[in-house]
Design a protein around this ligand. Structure first.
Ligand code: NAD
Ligand code: DAU
Length: 362
């Protein structure tokens, strides 16, 4: 019999990578993929999945608690992994409302559906069901240069409407574990990159702008630091957490590689220099342009992944060098995907809204 899992947000960047990975590696798994298909969700991200008969895309909002309850009950699903979220910090600064709706109300609806069906109706115990909340390192706020990296015991200190909404969702998950005994897990991952990332985020935006000779907008001085993890490594970590972690556990996940944004953009540009030596834009990094900084911009993130390494035996397998090269090659090889994503009104509207009033601060 198939193991049934409800994946939410599985048409987005990390969720779709998870769907591809799990269907390919685990023939006994059946995935119900609930996604409302916002601007960031895309059916095309699911093209080419292994054995599509083990996957159903349900176009629905995670705030629809009644529908989730019916699904859990009728399909006998005992595992939920929640990727669904509004995820772009800059968008949250311009308008937090969808973030409050999906990241807080949506998480609540999923938890309440799980509590009702699993605990009240079916009276399942700890080992019988599982709710995994995919959270972010951004809930911990920002680090000073000499601060130790974020770990599972770092106090929450979210700085953006996005991270505050994710933190609120996490607190509800924690509360459902403490109060009702719902078997929950929370993971806090650092910045992901790789195939299918919506090109409003740093790395795909830089690749696509550069090949078209457009400016590469660097917020502020570009010396902000992120911990960059290849998406496939994140997806493997999530599966290990689902399979092996004790209910109530929390894990921070990162590659423990921390370049500045300028270093990331320079690396992307160097890869493009190699691929297009005759381009009129070589060296591509001459397209960098310093622009007005993000409001409340977190300066530094860093992750201590020792718990997941020790307890679950996870370790990243893809170096930043290899991951960036394969990401650049993926975007260059998938022009149809890029054109389809960018042909939607929402993409151009966002580019205009976010960048047209940022001053060139060089
Ligand atoms: P994404 O923006 O690419 O995709 C989000 C998906 O959720 C989309 O498919 C969207 O349609 C769907 N969605 C949004 N609102 C919904 C709703 N109300 N109901 C159903 N579906 C809805 O996001 P991502 O980058 O893949 O991130 C996935 C998760 O991982 C998020 O929870 C995010 O906070 C977390 N995370 C992301 C990163 C990162 O670097 N991208 C790092 C750490 C954690
Ligand atoms: O740390 C995990 C988080 O990583 C996730 O929780 C978020 O969902 C995900 O979007 C990501 O957040 P960031 O804000 O770090 O990612 P973003 O790609 O938007 O920006 C990365 C860095 O690059 C950040 O310091 C801002 C900067 N930046 C970004 C853009 C889009 C620029 O300098 N210029 C840009 O045009």
């Amino acid at each position: 019999m198939h193991r049934k899992i409800l994946v939410t947000g599985g048409a987005g960047f990390i969720g779709s990578n998870f769907v591809h990975h799990v269907l390919k590696k685990y023939p006994d798994v059946f995935l119900f993929n609930m996604d409302v298909l916002t601007y960031a969700g895309n059916r095309e991200n699911l093209r080419g999945i292994t054995d599509p008969s083990r996957h159903i895309l349900i176009e629905s909002d995670i705030c629809d608690q009644a529908r989730i309850e019916r699904l859990l009950r009728e399909q006998d699903i005992c595992t939920i992994i929640n990727f669904a979220a509004e995820t772009h910090v800059d968008r949250s600064i311009m308008g937090a409302s969808p973030f409050i709706w999906t990241n807080i109300q949506g998480t609540y609806s999923l938890l309440e559906a799980a509590r009702t069906v699993w605990l009240e109706e079916q009276q399942l115990g700890e080992g019988d069901c599982c709710f995994l909340q995919v959270s972010t390192d951004e809930v911990y706020g920002t680090l000073e240069p000499d601060d130790p990296p974020f770990s599972e015991t770092t106090p929450y200190a979210p700085n953006s409407p996005y991270s505050a909404s994710k933190a609120s969702g996490d607190f509800l998950v924690r509360a459902y574990h403490q109060t009702y005994g719902l078997p929950t897990l929370i993971t806090h991952c650092s910045n992901n990159y790789g195939p299918f990332q919506y090109p409003e985020k740093l790395i795909p935006l830089m690749i696509l702008n550069a090949v078209e000779g457009k400016p590469l907008p660097i917020y502020g001085d570009g010396r902000q630091i992120r911990d960059w993890l290849f998406v496939e490594d994140h997806v493997r970590a999530l599966w290990m957490v689902l399979e092996k972690a004790q209910p109530g556990s929390v894990y921070t996940i990162g590659a423990e590689v921390q370049p500045t944004n300028l270093e990331i953009v320079d690396s992307v540009c160097a890869l493009l220099d190699e691929r297009f030596p005759d381009s009129e834009y070589v060296p591509f990094n001459s397209l960098k342009q310093s622009v007005t900084d993000r409001k409340g911009h977190d300066r530094r993130y860093a992750i201590d992944s020792s718990r997941i390494r020790k307890e679950l035996g996870w370790a990243p397998e893809v170096s930043l060098k290899d991951g960036l090269a394969s990401t650049v090659d993926w975007y260059l090889a998938h022009r149809d995907w890029v054109n389809q994503v960018r042909s939607r009104d929402t993409y151009n509207a966002w580019m205009k809204k976010n960048y047209q009033n940022r001053e060139n601060s060089a």
